[in-house]
Design a protein around this ligand. Sequence first.
Ligand code: BDR
Ligand code: CA
Length: 353
Amino acid sequence: RTRLWLDCDTGHDDAFALLLSIYHPHLDLIGCSTVHGNAPLTHTTWNTLSILTAVGSPDIPVYPGAEKPLKRSAVHAPNYHGETGLDGTQFLPEPVGLAMEGHTAVKGMRNAVMEGNGVWLIATGALTNIAELVVKHPEVVGKIEGLSIMGGCVGDGFTGANLGGKEKRGNWTEWAEFNIYCDPEAAAIVFGNEELAKKTTLVTLDLSHQVLATEQVREKLLKSEFDKGMEKPQTQLARDLRPLFNDLLCFFAATYRKYSGLVEGPPLHDPIAVAAVLSQAELTIDDKGGERWDVRVVTEGEHSDDPKKRGQVGRTVVTRKQEGEAGVRIPRGMDVQHFWQLIHDALTSAESQ
Ligand code: BDR
Ligand code: CA
């Protein structure tokens, strides 16, 4: 099985990334670290612990990381995820596990990578912890199997995905996707590391907006298997699982409808970065036969509500590499139906724990 470490800011879609990392039969989640983002760090850490408890894996270690970006003050997304980062459900259990003490994300990731062979890092929040890791422990870059990031956006018809029907590519500002906007300096460090770029997969909004949790998807996904004659889940936690994930998707659908104008359903961004580590035999992912990219991040500009000051900060500017040259993989498409099947199967496996 492929070993994964998930660095997350657990909100509604990160919860599905946790679920898929734990329950895909070819993946093995060995640890998590948390970062500021959808909500303050205390919330994203609690949310991670609670989801791990909910899915029956409270023993997976959780290492808290950065409370704020490298050079800026923290930005959160209460409009999309609520004040807690995981609003909208009464089924979140009190965590059974405890987080590691202190801000030990970087240490936890370093040890996991150096002591285990072939570990993938998955980043579904701001890139602060990952940037600190590669700056403090450059030896990890040669040792990791790969880095899969959810972040950024290309636009300009890169895929033809539904980005909300407006003339915009970003989801936080016109130019920037939220995770990159949260800590653009960290993102610039990560994408600026050439050795790391070769091992990086970037799941942008151009891909994640092809994966909308429409009403039809939600209906199919969340229909409990035991309705179809399977045995009823044994424990209360297992019985609460589908209602919990259903609530999360419904809340996310409602906030997306309200704030982004995307009425069909919310894009389920983060678990795609997990799915992207699967081999083609397990999930078809289209990178146009191996095209690779140079990724630059715009850092000139302020975090501000004033669009004049904000400029293009957090924008990801991508340039296609020549054939055969190394660079970041930016998938343009994938087998979306199969992806939903993987999520469905993960829920079913979690239920029967
Ligand atoms: C990203 O931002 C967060 O709100 C989501 O969890 C996802 O990681 C999408 O832009
Ligand atoms: Ca996230």
